[in-house]
Design a protein around this ligand. Structure first.
Ligand SMILES: Cc1cc2nc3c(=O)[nH]c(=O)nc-3n(C[C@H](O)[C@H](O)[C@H](O)COP(=O)(O)OP(=O)(O)OC[C@H]3O[C@@H](n4cnc5c(N)ncnc54)[C@H](O)[C@@H]3O)c2cc1C
Length: 459
């Protein structure tokens, strides 16, 4: 099908103003926030509601043209078209907050709403969601679809999937599936996820657009915490910092943010001398200030004598500016290729040592610097291995991608598991044996024509 006919067919569904065909704009869809470069699609389409999404998917089925879904496009793992003969479904127009359901303590939203937009609205009612990325400008749809975590994860919640009660999804054949309690035709509330046999909501968590297009999510909301505790600790010994983090988790201290940055990373970011050694920043949240104060005393005990208390100042900045550290970590030393993996919290010390050796390897072999920071999420430490490169130089970018691919295999074979998959990890998926085979069978059962995000997740 030629581009003109594609644009015409899509325009008949969403209106001409919501079809993108300009070369420059289409090239942007080949990129996310990683160094990975995919293919520019033949067109992009911006639906305004579920019915339009259904029509687009039916059209794709009839033509065999693959679709790649995009909400805010801020992924760090190559969530971009893997084929040039494709169309991107851009969900950013679908950004409504459909209903704040205070009775069920949930909120129903469209996938294109950003975390900032949602939190601003909920704050007016004294409510808050449970999990959000450090990047407030990411969308809810892309976060859930790719196993998002971050701010809010700790001993109680590990992942955005834990915070979602139900969905509406346009399946690859164009039908609309509802999951959660509202799957029952007589239920008007999303208040419980697990009642109707297998957990179909979970099937779409982490599916990264390969099994359908999510058009609505119901997220848990809670009373916004009124008690907050902030602390920064520094450590001379990174192994001791790792053990402190484990003790914090074991004591189930109610952290919503516990972030450890290795001293050698800080040396990269502050070449004139980092003001700290290994640094742990903690934010505790509780329903009342009295409870938060108790948690802060327990935190002090769990950290132990190896951690030197530096006061709350930096954590305060973090709370106020939300993503200030991330911007620093991501871009202060150039652009980063962030390779992100989960490692078991109980063996964190050993992994931190091996990441240090990997950083030396990256420096010797690729002439690039690699830093490390990461945060607690349930029993895992989300380790962000940041390989810095010069974004203005194609040669530097290719070296970063080569290092990225090298580090990913070494990390995987050391027992770490990927944070998200996207394009970067797809080639490793067949190595997962039966797990991958079942994913493939599910995929071909739901999407026999293979129109949903081919190549992503290695499918
Ligand atoms: C500086 C920085 C810091 C970050 N920090 C964090 C963090 O702390 N935690 C975290 O989780 N993430 C983080 N991210 C990554 C990202 O910003 C968030 O995860 C964001 O919420 C992803 O949503 P998105 O809409 O931008 O995803 P997109 O890139 O648009 O999509 C992500 C994936 O989901 C699929 N998808 C998107 N929408 C749908 C849909 N409606 N239906 C089906 N599939 C869909 C896409 O096909 C793609 O595979 C960070 C990014 C940056 C740049």
């Amino acid at each position: 099908m030629d581009p003109g006919s594609i644009a015409g067919a899509l325009a008949s569904i969403v209106g001409e103003g919501n079809v993108v065909v300009g070369e420059e704009e289409l090239r942007r869809y080949a990129r996310d926030a990683s160094p990975f470069v995919g293919h520019a699609p033949m067109a992009a389409v911006r639906p305004g509601g579920a019915e339009e999404v259904q029509s687009i998917v039916r059209w794709a089925n009839s033509t065999g043209i693959p679709l790649y879904v995009r909400s805010c496009g801020t992924s760090l793992w190559g969530a971009v078209p893997m084929r040039p003969d494709s169309v991107v479904v851009d969900m950013r127009r679908m950004n409504r907050i459909i209903e704040v359901d205070e009775e069920s303590l949930s909120v129903r939203v469209e996938p294109g709403v950003t975390f900032r937009e949602l939190e601003v609205e909920l704050a007016k009612r004294g409510l808050s969601i449970l999990v959000e990325p450090e990047n407030w400008h990411g969308c809810v749809g892309g976060n859930f679809s790719s196993h998002g975590s971050g701010w809010g994860t700790g001993p109680n919640v590990a992942n955005q999937a834990d915070a979602v009660l139900g969905l509406r999804v346009v399946l690859p054949d164009g039908k609309l599936l509802t999951t959660g309690s509202m799957a029952s035709p007589w239920s008007n509330h999303q208040f419980y996820r697990y009642s109707l046999a297998s957990d179909l909501t979970g099937l779409f968590a982490g599916s990264e657009g390969t099994l359908g297009i999510i058009v609505e999510l119901a997220l848990k909301v809670e009373e916004a915490p009124r008690g907050i505790g902030l602390a920064v600790y520094t450590f001379r010994d990174l192994g001791e910092a790792a053990r402190a983090l484990y003790r914090i988790r074991r004591a189930r201290i109610s952290t919503i943010y516990a972030y450890l940055a290795a001293g050698w990373t800080l040396d990269i970011l502050y070449p004139d001398g980092a003001p700290w050694d290994h640094r742990l920043r903690v934010i505790v949240a509780s329903p009342t200030q009295e409870q938060a104060d108790i948690e802060m005393r327990r935190l002090r005990e769990a950290v132990g004598p190896g951690g030197e208390y530096q006061g709350p100042a930096e954590a305060e900045t973090l709370l106020r500016e939300k993503d200030s550290w991330v911007r620093e970590f991501a871009y202060r030393a150039g652009m980063r290729a962030a390779l992100i993996v989960h490692v078991p919290l109980g063996s964190l010390g050993r992994y931190l040592e091996s990441f240090r050796s990997l950083a030396s390897h990256v420096s010797d072999r690729y002439g690039l610097r690699m830093g490390l920071g990461g945060f607690l999420t349930d029993r895992s430490f989300v380790s962000v291995l940041a390989i810095y490169f010069d974004p203005r130089s194609e040669e530097s970018r290719s070296r970063a991608i080569a290092a990225w691919n090298d580090v990913k295999v070494r990390a995987l074979e050391s027992g770490a598991v990927p944070y998200r998959i996207g394009g970067i990890w797809g080639d490793q998926m067949p190595r997962m044996g039966e797990y991958y085979e079942v994913l493939r069978r599910l995929k071909s059962a739901l999407d026999p024509r293979g129109i949903m995000s081919p190549g992503i997740l290695g499918l």
